[in-house]
Design a protein around this ligand. Structure first.
Ligand SMILES: Nc1nc2c(ncn2[C@@H]2O[C@H](COP(=O)(O)OP(=O)(O)O)[C@@H](O)[C@H]2O)c(=O)[nH]1
Ligand SMILES: [Mg+2]
Length: 219
């Protein structure tokens, strides 16, 4: 019987590249964080808030999009270096693309290097970028059923940030139900309900990021 494993070489090559990049980031003491979500969930807004909330860290941002540089311009206006990557139509970043973007950053050994991945809940979850942590955002207006529809991203993420909690009064979104669905897929996932608009929940998130950055440097 013939069995054709057509995806295997590409994926295993990507996994190798991802491990190499993670190792390099480990040596440099840089925690690379892959931020994933659907378009408009609030990645760029949250990043701007984090740059303000973590002034003691050297932070740089990789902005991946199909077109435009609006997010990179937005981040630079907040005082952090941003490298814009155009993915050539690809709906995700892979490890090689991420490594190229990482090597284009001029800040020497940043403490935190965020990758704002291309906005969608499907392909970015399928590729290891070489990041030390994967974080996904789900905004309240998207609905609490998304863990049921897009399980892989919830499985792959170390943390789930539920964004735009200031809009909870206007939507039917059950935080507990959403958290329960995410934990069923990934029992260890950390969950942070946050509003970048009001600042609600930001302290818990920044405290966790500080501890993750410290742990990354120690290992
Ligand atoms: N009400 C509210 N709106 C937000 C919040 N965070 C982001 N937004 C808005 O959501 C829209 C998309 O945000 P953006 O950061 O560009 O999302 P991205 O596509 O994931 O980078 C913008 O109009 C933001 O102003 C929030 O915490 N509360
Ligand atoms: Mg954005």
């Amino acid at each position: 019987m013939k069995v054709l494993e057509l995806n295997l070489p590409v994926t295993s090559e990507n996994d190798r590249e991802a491990d190499l990049l993670r190792e390099e980031m480990r040596r440099k003491g840089t925690l690379l964080i892959n931020l994933m979500s659907s378009p408009g969930a609030g990645k760029t807004t949250l990043l701007s808030a984090l740059i303000r909330a973590l002034p003691e860290y050297r932070i740089a941002v990789l902005e991946a999009d199909i077109a435009s540089s609006v997010d990179a311009e937005h981040i630079e206006a907040f005082g952090a270096e941003a490298v814009q990557v155009h993915t050539g139509g690809m709906c995700h970043m892979d490890a090689q693309m991420t490594a190229e973007a990482v090597h284009a950053v001029s800040v020497k050994n940043p403490d935190l290097l965020f990758l704002e991945n291309v906005g969608n809940l499907i392909c970015p979850a399928e590729y290891d970028t070489g990041a030390g942590r994967n974080i996904m955002l789900l905004s309240v207006p998207e609905g609490d059923d998304k863990p049921l529809k897009y399980p892989l991203m919830f499985e792959k993420s170390d943390a789930l940030i539920i964004t735009k909690t200031d809009t909870l009064p206007y939507f039917t979104f059950d935080l507990e139900k959403c958290a329960g669905r995410a934990r069923k897929l990934n029992p260890g996932i950390r969950i942070f309900p946050v509003s970048a608009k009001t600042g609600e929940g930001m302290e818990a998130l920044t405290a966790w990021l500080r501890s993750e950055a410290a742990a990354w440097k120690q290992k």
